[in-house]
Design a protein around this ligand. Structure first.
Ligand code: KG4
Ligand code: ZN
Length: 409
């Protein structure tokens, strides 16, 4: 199992939780138990919407008297939560040979891995079932077969452990993820969420209040990165590969189109640029052979030019959303938010305009349960509870005007 595990030392436990002495030694839990003014809430988050099997433990921030010193290696900040573990088992190896995610394979891999991923998240956080107060699970949007594995596991644990259940929208969690570890609250903000399935601009007033301003009309930005990588003969997943090779290329080498739709539109379209790369490489009407004889440098130039064009559009549209809303804070989340060129271009633009800017930490960009548990905590605090008939949905609640419990699509 390939797993990216974020291990953070646990430096205190809530009052009343007495780990076995042996356990405490193994995990280096200090002898002293802090004095809480208010109870903490501990959330187990589960994420299986696509090709990452993930589980995380997040707690609400304890009272100020417990605030860590600067040397503490903990994710605090004014975001009132702390990520104790965030275990991600990637399925990239399983899907790479098919050039994309195969839903059936994804579901099977989630079934095989989820138990051990949850166990590892609990072990890294040094939490036992009785320490968990809430179970939060992604129940939309995503591959329904994959989502159902996480939802079924979460419902089973909710029932077996008698813990409340919260259903979390994956896109809302990407939008919320920049708040994790932030030094101060980024809300209200314009939020740009760029992932493999979504490219959306939001007005985010706080954790659970979010309004869609614009979305892609065809391919998502991450999807365009992945497809262009295939055109350029790069392995799956394409986004990180494009970024890597583009770092050696000239972003001005090819003038790819920047599709803005209408001048004041906050919607996106990335299918045109994908086709432009295809024609540039293979010539109009041909789909193969165009890579032959091209140097590595030439491929790097095409990748850099493509990346620059996509980033230009994302930054311009985000600034348009800032102008339209009058907000002075911008946040960035989603898998493509891991891209350094995008992060620094958006940051530079925000600095020039004296806007606050916060990109999600890289650990919370690509799919992860940390962001699901963090938003699940906020939803729980606001009284959100799901019943044991919680279902999985392919579409995002925030991108639909239909009622929350519409038909599965
Ligand atoms: O959020 P995410 O993990 O999954 C979805 O919710 O879709 O996003 C995955 C997408 C993929 O398309 C991947 O190629 C892209 O994020 N991605 C990147 C980078 N890292 C991941 N795109 C550009 N540059 C990157 N460094
Ligand atoms: Zn995602």
């Amino acid at each position: 199992m390939t797993s990216r595990v974020e291990r953070r030392p646990l430096q205190e436990r809530p009052r009343g939780l007495k780990p076995a002495a042996q356990d405490a030694k193994k995990r280096q839990v200090p002898e002293t138990i802090p004095n809480h003014d208010e109870p903490m809430t501990t959330v187990l988050g589960i994420e299986t919407s696509c090709d990452e099997t993930s589980a995380a433990i997040v707690t609400s921030t304890p009272a100020e008297s417990e605030a860590p010193t600067e040397s503490d290696d903990l994710r605090w900040g004014n975001c009132p939560c702390r990520v104790l573990s965030n275990v991600v088992a990637s399925q990239v190896d399983l899907h790479a040979k098919y050039g994309g995610v195969v839903p059936e394979i994804a579901s099977r891999a989630h079934i095989e891995r989820l138990d051990s991923v949850i166990e590892e998240a609990m072990a890294v956080a040094n939490r036992r079932p009785e320490d968990i107060d809430v179970i939060a699970v992604t129940n939309r949007p995503g591959l329904v077969g994959a989502l159902l594995i996480g939802v079924t596991a979460a419902k089973s644990l909710s029932w077996a452990w008698s813990k409340p259940l919260v259903g979390v929208d994956h896109i809302r969690a990407h939008a919320y993820s920049p708040a994790i570890g932030a030094a101060k609250s980024p809300w209200p903000a314009v939020g740009l969420v760029v992932s493999g399935g979504h490219t959306s601009l939001f007005r985010i007033d706080d954790a659970t209040s979010i309004e869609l301003l614009g979305a892609t009309t065809d391919d998502a930005a991450g999807e365009a990165f992945d497809k262009v990588a295939t055109i350029l003969g790069l392995p799956y997943p394409g986004g990180p590969q494009i970024e890597k090779i583009a770092s050696k290329g000239d972003p001005k080498a090819v003038d790819f189109p920047r599709t803005m739709l209408s001048p004041d539109s906050l919607d996106f379209s990335f299918s045109g640029i994908k086709t432009a790369v295809l024609y540039h490489v293979h010539g109009n009407g041909r789909t193969s052979g165009g890579l032959e004889g091209r140097s590595r440098q030439n491929i790097a130039d095409i990748a850099a030019s493509f990346q620059r064009a996509v980033v230009d559009v994302l930054v311009r549209k985000t600034m348009l959303a800032v102008a339209k809303t009058g907000l002075n804070s911008v946040v960035l989340g989603g898998g493509v938010a891991a891209n350094n060129v995008l992060r620094s271009a958006l940051e530079t633009c925000c600095i020039e305009r004296k806007l606050a800017f916060r990109a999600a930490d890289r650990a919370y960009c690509t799919d992860n349960a940390g962001m699901i548990a963090a938003l699940g905590l906020r939803q729980y605090e606001r009284g959100d509870r799901a019943a044991l008939d919680l279902d999985a949905y392919a579409n995002a609640s925030v991108e639909s005007t239909a009622p929350a419990e519409e038909d599965r699509s």
